[in-house]
Design a protein around this ligand. Structure first.
Ligand SMILES: Nc1ncnc2c1ncn2[C@@H]1O[C@H](COP(=O)(O)OP(=O)(O)O)[C@@H](O)[C@H]1O
Ligand SMILES: Cc1cn([C@H]2C[C@H](O)[C@@H](COP(=O)(O)OP(=O)(O)O)O2)c(=O)[nH]c1=O
Length: 210
């Protein structure tokens, strides 16, 4: 089960709440967040590039997308093992993040060339496990930006990066996510209203019933 959404949408908060709600129903839950900062050299390179390291690396849409994909590729066996051992595996961001952000950076939509490239690379070439479903935590880009800003002010080590401070990118990214969800890209999408708030108990019940 993949949670997707803009920076600051509340994905991590949803993952924590959903883990507790599923646990309360007796389900065993494992979770992983991408990029795997501190666990994968590819993810660490991404973080450094997003904070102005490594020269012009962050300017390359395909170069950055390849690093995110290599991080995931290194986690493929772990995801399969978690899937065998648990009722639910929650992933905070996955392949669709690459599709949404790369397309938004290149001003393409969900049917664009780079979205197909991400699928060819990560699904067909790297053989990453396909998710059962996506949860798109949908909030207006201004709300997500405000939450990310507040988080940056209150948590150490969460300074906003090059993608998070680019309002135009976040707006285009929201539109690509909507397109991916409408197309059922890679797996079915369930759209959650991240402003009204998510009924965690009901969501946990429906996920376990799937
Ligand atoms: N439903 C919500 N209402 C208000 N604030 C929220 C909500 N969900 C998350 N937040 C806050 O917004 C900030 C970003 O949330 P977080 O879960 O870290 O987002 P993401 O993982 O999508 O970047 C955090 O400070 C968090 O406490
Ligand atoms: C996982 C992933 C993230 N991203 C982008 C989305 C975010 O703007 C950025 C960092 O990921 P994010 O999950 O926001 O990390 P954090 O908030 O902990 O810094 O990377 C991609 O472009 N492709 C991907 O495959």
């Amino acid at each position: 089960m993949v949670i997707e959404g803009l920076d600051g949408a509340g994905k991590r908060t949803l993952a924590d709440g959903l883990t507790a709600a599923l646990g309360a129903k007796g389900a065993s839950v494992a979770s992983l967040a991408f990029p795997r900062y501190g666990k994968s050299v590819h993810a660490d390179l991404v973080r450094e590039a997003l904070h102005r390291g490594h020269g012009d690396l962050a300017d390359s849409v395909y170069g950055m997308a390849l690093l995110y994909a290599l991080d995931r590729s290194g986690a493929a066996d772990e995801i399969r093992a978690l899937r065998d051992a648990h009722d639910v595996v929650l992933l905070d961001r996955y392949v669709a993040s690459n599709a949404a952000y790369a397309a938004a950076r290149l001003r393409q939509d969900a049917t664009g060339e780079v979205v197909k490239w991400v699928w060819d690379l990560e699904v067909d070439r790297f053989g990453l496990p396909r998710p059962d479903a996506h949860l798109l935590l949908r909030v207006a880009p201004a709300v997500a930006a405000e939450r990310a800003e507040r988080r940056a002010a209150t948590e150490t080590g969460r300074e906003r990066d090059a993608f998070e401070t680019d309002d135009g990118l976040q707006r285009r990214c929201a539109a690509v996510y909507d397109g991916l969800a409408a197309a059922g890209w890679l797996a079915p999408w369930h759209v959650l209203d991240g402003v009204a708030g998510v009924d965690l108990e009901a969501l946990a019940t429906s996920l376990l019933g799937q």
